[in-house]
Ligand binder design. Structure first.
Ligand code: DGP
Length: 114
């Protein structure tokens, strides 16, 4: 999709610090990290949010989650713990309308979230 930031990253047109590349998903570092490890995992194809992707392509949703876990293992936070978050819509402060799973770790993340 034109004018989509994360489509631009998936296409290699916009630079990002890549963590893992899979056939239909991609993991890269968040530009504004909220924890020592803060990775975003996206579908290469454009889907607006978690619900859209889950209904349109469950196989890619499964790959997205596996990529998130593998990125956490690679970063060394899988054992100490990590949080994975989809923000969907205005109240959740979704700012990029291309599905992305946040993977946060490397500190005590607290609960409940804000
Ligand atoms: P959300 O609020 O859930 O839509 O999260 C969007 C995230 O995207 C936010 O944590 C900051 C990150 N972000 C925004 N622009 C860029 C960018 O150009 N590059 C990277 N790597 N991350 C970005």
């Amino acid at each position: 999709m034109t004018d989509c930031l994360f489509c631009g990253i998936a296409a290699g047109d916009i630079p990002a610090t890549l963590v893992l590349e899979r056939s239909r998903t991609l993991a890269f570092r968040d530009l504004n990290p909220q924890a020592p490890t803060h990775i975003l995992v996206i579908a290469r194809d454009h889907h607006a949010d978690m619900g859209a992707l889950a209904h349109a392509d469950p196989e890619v949703m499964a790959e997205l989650m596996a990529t998130a876990h593998d990125a956490a293992v690679q970063e060394g936070v899988a054992e100490t713990g990590y949080r994975s978050v989809f923000n969907s819509g205005r109240d959740a402060h979704q700012s990029v309308q291309h599905v992305h799973l946040h993977v946060l770790g490397g500190r005590n993340l607290g609960w409940p979230p804000g």
